[in-house]
Design a protein around this ligand. Structure first.
Ligand SMILES: [Zn+2]
Length: 126
């Protein structure tokens, strides 16, 4: 089974993740470079943290709108995706199944960006 790292966007086998990096959706390689943190990396992390909260607040939505206008294409893409998701479904619970059923294209984009691991969600909820 492969997972997409949300930083390098490469599909990686499970062995490329540690338990911690897996929960962050970053492969080991991307996870061990805190000294090379760029503004892009910090903003991508910020967006991911908003996405995995129980609920996306109004304040977070405002922040996502700002980041969606970023000149950085990856930050802008991730922020726009999470903004769209949060407007459809601010609550995390049951969100993935909801998106897969009603907005499969959006669910697919989120998976391709490495923001959601549907296999993992299904496996852990069994
Ligand atoms: Zn990576």
């Amino acid at each position: 089974m492969e997972y997409i790292c949300r930083i390098c966007n490469q599909p990686r086998p499970e062995s490329a993740f540690t338990e911690k990096s897996h929960s962050l959706h970053t492969c080991k390689k991307c996870n061990i470079l805190p000294n090379l943190r760029t503004e892009e990396r910090n903003q991508l992390d910020e967006i991911f943290k908003i996405f995995i909260q129980t609920r996306v607040s109004h304040k977070d939505t405002v922040r996502l709108k700002t980041l969606a206008n970023s000149k950085d294409p990856k930050v802008s893409l991730h922020a726009a995706l999470i903004l769209e998701v949060s407007q459809l479904r601010p609550y995390k619970k049951g969100r993935h199944a909801f998106l897969e059923k009603n907005y499969p294209d959006l669910a697919q984009k989120i998976e391709e960006a490495g923001l959601a691991y549907p296999q993992y969600i299904k496996a852990s909820s069994d």
